[in-house]
Each structure stands twice: as C-alpha cells, then as structure tokens.
Write a protein that binds this ligand. Structure first.
Ligand code: KIV
Ligand code: ZN
Length: 395
C-alpha cells in the first residue's frame, strides 16, 4: 500500500480533498452512475486533486462499486471512502478501497450535544470510546485514516479536544473539522482552529482539515479563515454541490488562494486551467446548472456589459478582471452587447464579426443597436449582423 507524496516540508501547502462524488452526490437529485463517476474522478485526478472522496461504500452496492472502480482507475491521487464508526462500515470501505494505490478510510462520529442526544442517543463517554475504537479498527486495516467529529463546530470545546487527542492516539493522520450545518462564521472558526492547535497536545501528529457547508453562504470564507489559522486540508466540491446549500466550492477557494496569494501565501497542487472543464462536466452529468453570476465558473464571471467596463476592458483587461479567463481554462472574456454597451465595444464587436463600417454607417448602426437593446434582453451576433445590413442598406 503506497501513499501519494505531498511536499510535507512546504508548510504552506494546502491539501485539496474533493468530495464531489460523496457529499456532492448527496445533493438531492445529483446522483451519478458509475461511468459518470469515473469520468469525474478522471478530471479530478488530471487537475491535481490530492484526495478524491469517492463515496460511502456501505450506503449501497452502487456506491461500493464506484469506490472500488475509482480505486482501480486512479493512480496519482489518494482515494478515500467514508465509513461510520462501526466495523461493518469500516470493513466495507476497506474492501472497496483495497485496489487503490493510496487508500484512505474516512470515519466519522457526531460529537455535538444535539447530535449525541437525539441522533446517536449516546452518552459522551460512549461516543469517546467509539471514536477511539473505530479509528483504531480502521488503522489496523489502513495506515491512512481520517477522523471527523460530525457537527464539530457545535461541539463543546473540551470534549472536542479530548476526542481529537484520542483519535490521533488511535492512529488518525488527518483530523477534519466539519461545519456540518454551515453555522460558523470566519472569525469564530479561525479561533476554533487556533484553539485546537494550542490545546490538543498531539495535534502536530495530524493534518488539520476543514469541511464547510454553505448554509449561510460562508463555506469558502470559513475555509480560508481556517487555513490562515493553521488548517492544511480543505474539503470541497466542484461547483459547490452538496447537502442542502452545498459545500465549499473548490474553484472559488482555489482561485482565492491563487489570486490573493499576497495576503494568503498558501499553495495547492491544482491545475486551475482545468476548472472550467471540471465545472461543465459536473454540471452536465448532474443536471445542476451553474447560476450565471456564480464566481469563477458562472457564464457571466468573465462577461462585461456596461459601456464603462467594456471600454476599460478594451484598454486593459486588469481594469475589471482580477484573474485571467485563461487561468481557469476559458478562451477569453466576453463583451456582452446590451443597452449599457458603448460605441467602442460596439465597434470592437463588429470587428470581431469581420464587419468594417464607415463613420456615418457606424453612427447609424449604433443608434439602431441602442434602440434594439432597449427592447430586447439579449442581443445575439445575428441581431447585430441584421442591424448592420440595415444600416448599410439605409445609408
Ligand atoms: O458535513 C459533514 O459533517 C460530513 C461528514 C461526514 C464529514 O459530511
Ligand atoms: Zn458534509
């Protein structure tokens, strides 16, 4: 059994753990078949994801087969399988993961008062024992074990520290703190990460990870705050898909780290030029369309309509773009023709369509374009061609 090498001397290297195929697939209506999962896994491996959480093997035969097939297919990325804190779950995960070059068992148990009382109906002492037992059990099978205290951000700090210490002693190499219900806020979460780094005596024997849900739209901000406080693994999904409002969006967190490296000097192994392809693939497969104004991968993320912005873009793209479209795998930005567009952009659009007009023809065409744009939501190239034909004919 091997393990994928990450430069551990680089203390600013952030491990990207993608859970599109596990938590992402838990979005209502998002399930994928085996071939689709293999296609997504292949893109994730190509883009340099460090860990692919391929599924929850005990959940169904389909999940087991997907984790097993991905374990056989992938060679440059660690493959993780999720398991509750029971021998049955852990055995099933291990069986599915066995063919992987670098397998990881990810086991979890709730630790918040609410979850322990109502969901597990277990006393804290019983939970603690189950944590130590389950992690030890997993570690006897696989030397790469991750442990998560579910609902970690609503867990009593003393109890959380104790469970984490016990899990590391039992062999966990990664400790993941889930903000299961997307409840925390950046300053609070950063403080929690700092508290764990200070209070858990053996924390330096594990990588501290975060898993943020987006119920308040804070998953990316919370993940970044945690990294600044010392976390070195981010769990995320393509397009931010996942339970309820989703998970931390990989494209956003990775591009934030890259674009604002001046204030967040952390690196990932992600080839960001593969982001657009991965986003399209996941959206096509799941049928979950990406909202147009979604950061990084939305249709409008590199589109400009206002005349002032278009004019600025034509002079220097950095006036209105903080990252290049090429850096996320797009060919170019788009200047969307609409009622806010100015003459400069209109002329440039005509040039793109291979149309050259004399000054008075241009003036006439521009007036007609503005009139059309006032009445039509979207102006297509064909509209502009027709309008120019008219302008030329009328002249
Ligand atoms: O959100 C969550 O708590 C999870 C755990 C299983 C890691 O997905
Ligand atoms: Zn989750």
């Amino acid at each position: 059994m091997g393990s994928i090498q990450i430069d551990e001397k680089d203390s600013n290297r952030v491990i990207i753990f993608d859970t599109t195929l596990r938590d992402g697939e838990q979005s209502p209506g998002c399930s994928m078949n085996l071939d689709e999962k293999l296609a997504v896994a292949s893109v994730l491996e190509e883009m340099g994801v460090d860990v692919i959480e391929a599924g929850f093997p005990v959940a169904s035969i389909g999940d087991f087969e997907a984790v097993n097939a991905i374990s056989k297919q992938v060679s440059n990325t660690t493959v993780a399988g999720l398991a509750r804190a029971t021998p049955k779950d852990i055995d099933r995960a291990w069986e599915a993961l066995k063919p992987a070059v670098s397998p990881r068992i990810h086991t979890f148990l709730s630790t918040s008062p609410l979850h322990m009382k109502y969901k597990l109906q277990m006393e804290p002492e019983e939970v603690y024992d189950a944590v130590v037992e389950s992690v030890g059990y997993a570690r006897n099978l696989c030397d790469n074990v991750e442990w998560s205290p579910e609902d970690g951000t609503r867990t009593d700090h003393d109890f959380l520290c104790r469970c984490i210490e016990g899990a590391i002693k039992a062999g966990a190499r990664t400790i993941n703190i889930p903000d299961t219900v997307g409840y925390t806020v950046p300053e609070e979460f950063a403080e929690m990460i700092r508290m764990l780094m200070n209070r858990v005596p053996n924390i330096d024997q594990a990588v501290l990870s975060v898993h943020c849900h987006n119920d308040l739209g804070l998953a990316v901000s919370n993940s970044l705050a945690a990294v600044k406080a010392g976390a070195r693994q981010i769990e995320c999904t393509i397009n931010g898909i996942g339970e309820r409002a989703g998970n931390c969006a990989m494209e956003e967190v990775v591009m934030a780290l890259r674009t604002r490296n001046d204030v967040m000097p952390y690196s990932t192994g992600i080839d960001t030029t593969k982001i657009t392809r991965a986003s399209h693939l996941v959206s096509t497969i799941t049928g979950f369309s990406v909202q147009p104004n979604k950061a990084i991968v939305g249709k409008n993320a590199f589109a400009h309509e206002s005349g002032i912005h278009q004019d600025g873009m034509l002079k220097n793209a950095q006036t209105y773009e903080i990252m290049t479209p090429e850096s996320v795998g797009l060919n170019r930005s788009t200047l969307v023709m609409g009622k806010h567009s100015g003459k400069h952009a209109f002329k440039s659009k005509l040039a793109e369509l291979g149309i050259e007009l004399e000054e008075n023809q241009l003036k006439d065409a521009f007036v007609r374009f503005k009139d059309l744009a006032d009445h039509k939501k979207e102006i297509f190239d064909e509209d502009i061609i027709a309008l120019v034909d008219d302008a030329v004919v009328r002249h």
